[in-house]
Ligand binder design. Structure first.
Ligand SMILES: [Zn+2]
Length: 70
């Protein structure tokens, strides 16, 4: 009877469209979508805010943003 309690965070992997947009904006604000740039706010690459947003998107399978190519 305990197997339900073993996955309490299963729903946490699903993000709303607003959350996806928010975390993608965090990636851009704190570096880049692909983590190649230093954060202009924290001064380091892959800063804690960036990693948190990246992890949230990765868990939801939403990491890949639409590439902007002119
Ligand atoms: Zn940062």
């Amino acid at each position: 009877m305990s197997f339900f309690a073993e996955r309490p965070g299963e729903a946490d992997t699903e993000l709303s469209a607003e959350q996806v947009a928010y975390y993608r904006q965090v990636l851009l604000t704190h570096g880049s979508v692909f983590g190649a740039s230093n954060c202009s706010i924290c001064g380091i690459a892959r800063c804690p805010d960036w990693v948190d947003a990246y992890d949230k998107l990765a868990a939801a399978g939403q990491v890949m943003a639409e590439p902007e190519r002119g």
